[in-house]
Every structure is written in structure tokens, then in C-alpha cells.
Design a protein around this ligand. Structure first.
Ligand SMILES: N[C@@H](CCC(=O)N[C@@H](CS)C(=O)NCC(=O)O)C(=O)O
Length: 211
């Protein structure tokens, strides 16, 4: 199997953290997004969307989307469980994971891409070489939904040490990647969110956070 990666980018990092937590090692092929390698013909032949990460199976099947890649390995190697151990946990994790993606990852992307010069021509990636110009009003909207994201984190942490309860899951992975992505635009965990700040220190110290 091969894993098409970009070490600076937040979405490949989510998959790398997940794989590290499972103890799974894959051959990695680094694609340079900042240098535009993902929009070159060679990579577009691998993923016409020009997005990372991509998993390539030994039979040549290619799987994009972080969640699809992580679900594949969750089925292949269920322990440690990252998407819940029973029906109730699985439902809660799916629900919270969506909020971390929409209010965390997508909002961070919205703020970053609509104001960053290098990315503002492709304010929504995924169309290969096609441009979608920035809409500056989306910076403000992204900031507002990031407020909501930080509120979710603090309220989930009132229930337990991790974002979906008593143990570390995919929800924590997506959340920490979104927190670090928001920081690219100088948006940080609010000072008053004491639980989230301490959660952040603990999750950042896990070896997988460096993967
Ligand atoms: N929903 C996709 C998002 C993938 C994505 O947006 N990847 C970014 C890196 S974080 C990318 O490849 N960007 C390419 C670009 O900006 O041209 C997933 O979960 O895999």
C-alpha cells in the first residue's frame, strides 16, 4: 500500500495521526502542495481532485477522503477502536466528528484560504486545476463558526477527558488538527476555555501528534 501525503497539510495529518495510533506504517509519497505538485498532471492522474491524502491499495484501488481511509483501517485493524466500541459510542462519535469537520476543519480552511494570497484563487480546493476565487466575507463567517467549534470542544470536555468520553478517538484527532489549522490564521483557543487548553496540552504530547 502507498500513502500519498503532504507533511505540512492538516488533512493528511489527520490520517497520519490515526495510522500512528493504530501502529500502522505505510510507504509514504510526499506531494508538495505549496510547490503546486498536487496540480501537476502526474498527481492529477492519481487524484483528479488534486487533494491529499490518497491511499493506494496493493490492487491499485485509490481511496481519497480522510474518513474513508481511516474507516478502511478501522475495519482492517479494529484495535484500538477509534470510532467507538458499541452502537451508542459509534453514533456519538459520528455525530461529533461531523461537527469537528464542519465547524473546525472547514471553518479553518475558509478563513485561511479566503485571505491567503497563495490559496485565494482556489478558495475551495478539489477541482483539480480549476480556480474558485476567494470571497472575503467568508473570512468573517469562518471566524464565527470557529467560535462555535471552540464552544463544542469546551462543552464536550465537561463530560469527560476526551471529546467523545473516556478514551481517545477520531474526534480528538480531527479537533486537534483543526485547532492547529486555525492557528495558521492566528485564531486560538479562547483563554477562558480552561478544559480545552488542558486537553490540547495532553493531546499534543501524544507521539501520534508528531506523526
Ligand atoms: N475532505 C478531504 C479534504 C482534503 C483536503 O482538502 N486536502 C488539502 C490539504 S489539507 C489539499 O489537498 N489541498 C490541495 C490544495 O490546496 O491545492 C479529505 O478529508 O481528505
Amino acid at each position: 500500500m502507498k500513502f500519498y501525503d503532504c507533511h505540512v497539510a492538516p488533512n493528511p495529518r489527520r490520517a497520519r495521526m490515526f495510522l500512528a495510533e493504530k501502529g500502522i506504517e505505510l510507504e509514504k509519497i510526499e506531494i508538495d502542495i505549496l510547490g503546486g505538485e498536487n496540480l501537476g498532471d502526474d498527481f492529477l492522474a492519481i487524484n483528479p481532485r488534486g487533494l491529499l491524502p490518497v491511499l493506494e491499495l496493493d490492487d491499485g484501488t485509490r481511496i481519497d477522503e480522510v474518513m474513508a481511509i481511516c474507516r478502511y483501517f478501522e475495519e482492517l485493524q479494529p484495535e484500538p477502536a477509534m470510532f467507538g466500541r458499541d452502537l451508542r459510542e459509534k453514533a456519538i462519535i459520528t455525530s461529533r466528528q461531523r461537527k469537528m469537520e464542519f465547524d473546525g476543519m472547514i471553518s479553518s480552511s475558509e478563513v485561511f484560504r479566503n485571505q491567503n494570497e497563495q490559496f485565494c484563487k482556489r478558495s475551495i480546493p478539489g477541482g483539480g486545476k480549476d480556480d474558485i476565487p476567494a470571497i472575503p466575507a467568508l473570512i468573517d463567517r469562518g471566524q464565527q463558526t470557529l467560535d462555535r467549534f471552540f464552544w463544542w470542544l469546551e462543552s464536550y470536555l465537561e463530560e469527560g477527558p476526551y471529546l467523545a468520553g473516556e478514551y481517545f478517538t477520531m474526534v480528538d484527532i480531527t479537533a486537534i488538527c483543526a485547532v492547529d489549522f486555525a492557528a495558521w490564521s492566528d485564531i486560538h483557543i479562547p483563554e477562558a476555555n480552561i478544559r480545552t487548553k488542558s486537553w490540547y496540552e495532553i493531546i499534543s504530547a501524544r507521539p501520534s501528534a508528531e506523526a
